[in-house]
Design a protein around this ligand. Structure first.
Ligand code: PAF
Length: 287
């Protein structure tokens, strides 16, 4: 199976045009590369649903804040390509920032057109600590949708807020595709897979394990009948290692994204915390 690497927008558009003429169902898996088993599961789901699969690999500068890890973010295109070949991906689309954003150097909304998701959805959870992040995500994802014209796009449930915002964008902007959410993939000890896990020292990784353990504890208590989110919060918080710097642990309705005080079916329990300097996110949805 031949996987083609394309860096150029006009070139990928030619391939897409041919596929569209043949009525091909196209799946897009947008990534920032440094692919791991979590991405592999998105690609496998895409392969099952679609005739052709495109994986984009682009570390998107406009979704990183000035003091974030854009420069340090792992770039492993050779390995990514290998994995994509193994999984039968048709095209890996890996543009440069210049290819995506042209000669604009400021990459801000003084020069570029941005997609601004609703304020209520960005001024909470990850958006609080990362102002502008979701504008950058929505903008690049819409550009990828316009370039690849997928019928289906696959996103991990780990980025639950991103997933919610992108579904809303698709609905609000009448974008003709289906977003397919895919479950979180974890290491056997519970750590949610993330490209940023490579930043963790052995000790930081050990401490980070208490993040998924806290979520598990909350789920266990909920399943045994506790619905008061203050009690659930305290139970989760007490599990976190004292070296873990909690940013938020929140309970939201996953249909509306409203904060809730009484847990019920479809409650998103979302957490962000730092282990050392590494910011990690994780979540569960209560059943
Ligand atoms: O989740 C990610 O990896 C990124 O936010 C995405 C969706 C590829 C946009 O850059």
């Amino acid at each position: 199976m031949n996987t083609i690497l394309i860096n150029n927008i006009e070139e990928i558009k030619k391939n897409i045009k041919e596929w569209k003429q043949e009525n091909t169902k196209i799946g897009l898996v947008p990534t920032m590369g440094a692919l791991h088993k979590g991405h592999a599961s998105l690609i496998e789901t895409a392969k099952k649903t679609c005739d052709k699969v495109v994986v984009s690999v682009f570390v998107n500068p406009i979704q990183f804040g000035p003091n974030e890890d854009f420069d340090k973010y792992p770039r492993t295109i050779e390995n990514d390509l290998e994995l994509c070949k193994k999984l039968g991906v048709d095209i890996v689309f890996a543009p440069t920032p210049k290819e995506m954003y042209g000669e604009n150097t400021k990459l801000s909304n003084t020069e570029l057109t941005f997609v601004c998701p609703p304020y209520n959805l960005v001024d909470c959870l990850c958006g609080k600590a990362r102002p502008g992040h979701f504008d950058g995500v929505a903008t690049v994802v819409l550009k990828l949708f316009n370039i690849v014209k997928p019928d289906y796009a696959f996103f991990g449930q780990k980025d639950a807020q991103q997933l919610f915002i992108l579904k809303k964008m698709v609905k609000d902007l009448n974008i003709d595709l289906t977003i397919v959410p895919c479950p979180i993939v974890r290491e056997t000890d519970g750590l949610a897979l993330s490209s940023r896990n490579t930043y963790l020292s052995k000790e930081e990784r050990e401490n980070a394990l208490t993040i998924s353990k806290a979520l598990k504890e909350i789920e266990k208590l909920y399943n045994s009948g506790t619905v008061d989110t203050n009690i659930l919060f305290d139970a989760g918080f007490s599990i976190l290692n004292h070296n873990i710097d909690l940013e938020y642990l929140e309970f939201r309705d996953f249909e509306t994204f409203e904060k809730i005080h009484t847990a019920r079916k479809n409650t998103l329990v979302a957490i962000a915390a730092k282990s050392g300097k590494t910011r990690l996110i994780d979540n569960i949805i209560l059943g």
